[in-house]
Design a protein around this ligand. Structure first.
Ligand SMILES: [Ca+2]
Ligand SMILES: [Ca+2]
Ligand SMILES: [Ca+2]
Ligand SMILES: [Ca+2]
Length: 427
């Protein structure tokens, strides 16, 4: 209130004068509205308690000494200071060096600063003369031993400069190496100076993950100025509901395909994606051939994510058909079920129905529309994505009913009655 930059007992008399109203305020060089301590744009008795609470405050400082900025200053003018919390780890890179440039460094010399869940790290990041420091962090997530349990990382950052940070997207989640990065962020934040920001990842399987932090600008923060930041990583285990799928109690048909694994080649029931095409057969109704106990999963093929795809052939009578089916599965991540139709095999088939089956959530007794006439229908089951489902994950596919139906509208091959086919879908 006396415009000396701090709030102490010297301000009390000024504050009492301010309560008499703006017209009676005798200090033209020091704003009457400084007495508005509760932020309601006026100075009234409401401000007394907030004013008392402010007594003793000064700017945050790097030492224990309070900082006074001098006459005619207010606490709004305090510089941004981010203090290193007790127990935090110092960044090993001194300001001005380049020791943790990660995947921006020459191949073979990539270097990252490790940070563990539960750890805070105090670093510096400069931006000067069109260049800036970039800090790369590596986080090792332990394997839970349970494919449905992963670690959700929460990353909190506060800096003395406008910052840009994020987690790098990987082609295969958790696989180490710069070659496995897509060049995009999965989680990304920008924040103003002295404004804390944070993000929380999805549930991550065991593996190696990368964080990145830099100044948003390329100028204005040389070493020795406002370059400090604090990054804190915490982890919380998260378990998807588990959903065991035991073999059916009534007579069934095992799929019979070997479990997938790295560099698996599906010559068993890879359908039109196998050369020559191969299918498993499936029946309909109350027979063992209509109840399949299968397995699927995701794996790496030459280092790239891949998935087991299972094609089941249903031989129709050439007319239109309406199916009722059930798909239960033990995967924590989504599966995909497509129904394809063909008159003459792989050269020309089309998708007549499609479903995404969420993790642990069965599709029970789903009845399709009347599907366009076909010599064969193919039920295609696979993971929706190329990662996240261990090979050997069980599912039960059952065609409970298949009734003849007739198209009520013109329904040439390639069109499903009541239901446009999904075109352009990549298997
Ligand atoms: Ca740094
Ligand atoms: Ca750096
Ligand atoms: Ca399979
Ligand atoms: Ca297969």
């Amino acid at each position: 209130m006396d415009c000396d930059g701090d709030i102490d007992f010297n301000d009390i008399n000024y504050f009492v004068q301010a309560l008499s109203g703006e017209a009676a305020w005798p200090y033209p060089d020091c704003p009457w509205l400084n007495g508005d301590c509760d932020g309601d744009e006026t100075v009234t008795f409401d401000d007394i308690s907030p004013f008392v609470a402010l007594i003793g405050t000064t700017c945050r400082s790097r030492t224990s000494e309070p900082v006074w900025l001098g006459p005619d200053t207010t606490c709004d003018m305090c510089p941004c200071v981010v203090l290193c919390p007790d127990g935090a780890t110092p960044e090993p890179e001194p300001c001005g060096e380049d020791m943790n440039g990660g995947c921006n460094m020459p191949a073979g010399s990539e270097s990252f600063t490790p940070v563990s869940p539960g750890e805070s790290l105090c670093g510096t990041c400069w931006a000067d003369a069109g260049a800036r420091d970039m800090d790369w962090f590596v986080v090792e997530v332990p394997d839970s031993g349970d494919p449905c349990t992963g670690l959700q990382l929460t990353v909190e950052v506060e800096a003395e400069f406008p910052l840009h940070c994020g987690r790098l997207e990987q082609i295969v989640p958790g696989l180490p190496g710069c070659g496995n990065l897509t060049g995009q962020f999965v989680d990304e934040r920008v924040a103003e100076a002295c404004t804390p920001t944070s993000f929380t990842t999805t549930s991550l399987p065991g593996g190696t993950y990368y964080l990145w932090l830099s100044a948003f600008a390329y100028d204005g923060h040389p070493c020795g100025s406002e370059v400090d930041y604090v990054i804190t990583v915490t982890g919380t285990w998260h378990t998807e509901p588990s959903c065991p799928v035991p073999p059916p109690s009534q007579p069934y048909t095992p799929e019979g395909e070997p479990d997938c694994g790295d560099d698996y080649i599906d010559t068993f029931n890879g359908g039109c994606l196998s050369n020559p095409p191969t299918f498993s057969d499936i029946g309909c109704g109350d027979v063992a051939e209509a109840l399949i106990y299968g397995r699927t999963g995701t794996y790496l093929a030459s280092g790239f994510p891949a998935k087991d795809r299972d094609w089941y052939r249903f031989v129709g009578n050439g007319g239109s058909t309406r199916f009722t089916f059930t798909l239960e599965h033990a995967a924590c991540a989504p599966l995909e079920l497509l129904i394809l139709a063909t008159m003459d095999g792989c050269p020309s088939y089309w998708i007549v129905d499609s479903y995404v089956v969420e993790g642990c959530q069965p599709l029970c007794s789903v009845t399709t529309n009347c599907l366009s006439a076909a010599a064969e229908y193919w039920f295609y089951v696979s993971p929706l994505n190329d990662t996240g489902i261990p090979c050997g994950t069980a599912y039960v596919l059952q065609i409970e009913a298949c009734e003849d139906c007739s198209c009520t509208v013109d329904c040439p091959p390639g069109k499903a009655d009541e239901n446009e086919p999904r075109v352009g879908h990549r298997l």
